[in-house]
Write a protein that binds this ligand. Structure first.
Ligand SMILES: [Zn+2]
Length: 326
């Protein structure tokens, strides 16, 4: 072999080696088309890791008098934010750096006040530039006239399910296709201020068009046994998201209605108005099914653990399937 040919052969070999190394170092990507068998195996693993006792423990913690009812801007809110941050830090989740965040805290102002609140956000990275947001507000009404409002159903239950979902998704060996952001908002009870601030930030950073939002509120099972999907009108339309979420809930063997929001405002409204397809999940939407809403009687003992378990299993499926389909 001539020296020239030898050099060319050597160069080709070096190129092939470098190319192979680059391929090996890339995160595993799967096509967006569904792979039902792979997905169902992953789902079994993820749902199998769900820990009901751990989830209930979060609700007991969050409704403790130590957190003073978790009103935005209070010492109780700051302490519960520290608890949430410490939990999320256990599972190798990351800050949402595209939002300019260097840790899990996102501070905001409550409109027309000097009150500052903190959202808590952690991310499991995927392999595309799309985002699934799982949202639950952790603030509540606080202490009024020396009486504690524990807010177990509204919304310690949703927060506990989010934390347990975050743990299960973080520990999944296979990265999801899309990024998953676990978003714990504050200031929901003060004009949705935390979610409004986050939605505005997502727009400013050019991320809103790549986000789909699943919000949870009143997941404690005090209201009926239908895991309802509250539809928020948005542009672009969230109808496809509604259909997907409803189908997953039905496939999980749960009853579900699709309804227009019937009372109060929930965080999904903030995201929908900023152009993100958004839904809120709740056990039964009618007011009459939530007699303890915004009452001092919204306590841990009123929750129905078996419905909490079903809701959590449904949420795990929703998050993992949305994060792995277009
Ligand atoms: Zn609520």
């Amino acid at each position: 072999m001539s020296q020239r040919r030898y050099r060319i052969l050597l160069l080709v070999c070096v190129f092939v080696c470098i190319y192979s190394l680059c391929l090996a170092c890339q995160p595993a990507r799967r096509p967006l088309a569904n792979q039902p068998e792979l997905l169902s195996t992953e789902l079994e693993q993820i749902c199998g890791g769900y820990d009901q006792a751990r989830m209930l423990g979060h609700i007991r913690e969050l409704t403790s008098p130590a957190y003073e009812g978790r009103a935005v801007g209070t010492e109780g809110e700051r302490q519960v934010a520290a608890y949430l941050t410490s939990q999320l830090a256990l599972w190798q989740l990351k800050p949402w750096t595209e939002l300019g965040l260097t840790d899990f805290r996102h501070s905001f102002s409550v409109q027309k006040t000097k009150i500052r609140g903190q959202n808590v956000i952690a991310v499991r990275r995927g392999t595309t530039d799309q985002w699934i947001l799982l949202v639950a507000h952790y603030d509540h009404l606080g202490v009024k006239h020396s009486t504690l409002y524990p807010g177990a159903d509204d919304n310690a239950a949703g927060v506990a399910i989010l934390l347990e979902t975050a743990r299960c998704v973080a520990l999944a060996p296979q990265a999801p296709q899309h990024n998953v952001a676990f978003v714990l908002t504050s200031g929901e009870e003060r004009n949705l201020s935390g979610s409004k601030a986050l939605a505005a930030l997502l727009r400013r950073q050019g991320l809103a068009q790549r986000c789909r939002v699943v919000n949870m509120d009143m997941m404690g099972g005090t209201g009926g046994n239908s895991l309802d999907v509250w539809r928020e009108p948005s542009r672009p339309s969230g109808r496809q998201l509604v259909r997907q979420v409803r189908q997953i809930i039905t496939d999980a063997g749960l009853k579900s209605n699709v309804v227009r929001r019937r009372f109060g405002a929930v965080d999904s409204r903030s995201f929908a108005r900023a152009g993100m397809p958004s839904v809120t999940l709740s056990w039964a939407y009618q007011v009459r099914y939530h007699p303890h809403r915004h009452q001092t009687t919204d306590t841990f003992d009123e929750l129905r653990p078996e419905l909490l378990r079903k809701a959590a299993q449904g949420i795990l499926r929703i998050v993992w399937l949305l994060a792995n389909t277009s």
